[in-house]
Design a protein around this ligand. Structure first.
Ligand SMILES: CC(C)(COP(=O)(O)OP(=O)(O)OC[C@H]1O[C@@H](n2cnc3c(N)ncnc32)[C@H](O)[C@@H]1OP(=O)(O)O)[C@@H](O)C(=O)NCCC(=O)NCCS
Length: 175
């Protein structure tokens, strides 16, 4: 269990999957995410089986009183170059913009930089995902540039902001 100020990160359990599926099938939650809904419990079971066997771990995010509110995970962990990308979803919309996502990201960053000795953590966010961009900047991520036409959604290509944080930056300014 990884503890933050507002949240805990724990291993996801099979019993969490119906909640994950509810979030993934909510277009408001996935507006800025690369999912191909509709997704079923069976689809999510397949993802879960891959995830538990993969280096790319996902953590469930829960509040200190045990409410499951989201998940956060690694994508493309590369131990040779000591880097990874990360992704996050606070699926419970009533919990947006209250600091939970940033706290979860800080917990994951501490784990990656201080426990796993990762050197670079990267991510992408749509240029119009202002809440996510603000949250990542609060956590200490830097904007590296705009990646043009990074993904295709609703009949058009969308630009993304590429962001990263380095281990030396974390160590010199860690919360
Ligand atoms: C993105 C996400 C993880 C952020 O987590 P969160 O708990 O909602 O965010 P936080 O409260 O930690 O930080 C959000 C910040 O953005 C601000 N914000 C919210 N809406 C904003 C907007 N439209 N424009 C600018 N800033 C905004 C908030 O006020 C807050 O800043 P503050 O603390 O200085 O007031 C979460 O909203 C989420 O999962 N959204 C849906 C899925 C998603 O977009 N995932 C990320 C894909 S890259």
């Amino acid at each position: 269990m990884l503890e933050g100020k507002l949240v805990r990160l724990r291993a996801p359990e099979r019993g969490d999957l119906p909640v994950f599926v509810r979030w993934i099938n909510d277009p408001e939650v996935t507006e800025f995410l690369q999912f191909e809904p509709p997704m079923s419990i069976e689809d999510e079971e397949i993802w879960f089986q891959h995830m538990v066997q993969s280096k790319d771990r996902t953590f469930a995010i829960e509040t200190k009183d045990g409410r499951l509110i989201g998940n956060i995970g690694l994508m493309g962990l590369d131990l040779r170059n000591r880097k990874t990308e990360v992704g996050i979803m606070i699926g419970e919309k009533d919990m947006w913009s209250q600091g939970y996502g940033s706290d979860a990201m800080l917990v994951l960053l501490r784990y990656l930089f201080e426990e796993m000795n990762i050197n670079r953590v990267g991510l992408y966010a749509d240029v119009s995902n202002h809440r996510a961009l603000r949250s990542y900047e609060k956590c200490g991520f830097s904007r590296e540039g705009v990646v043009r036409q990074y993904r295709f959604k609703d009949g058009r290509y969308l630009d993304s902001v590429q962001m990263s944080m380095l281990q030396e930056e974390w160590m010199s300014s860690r919360p």
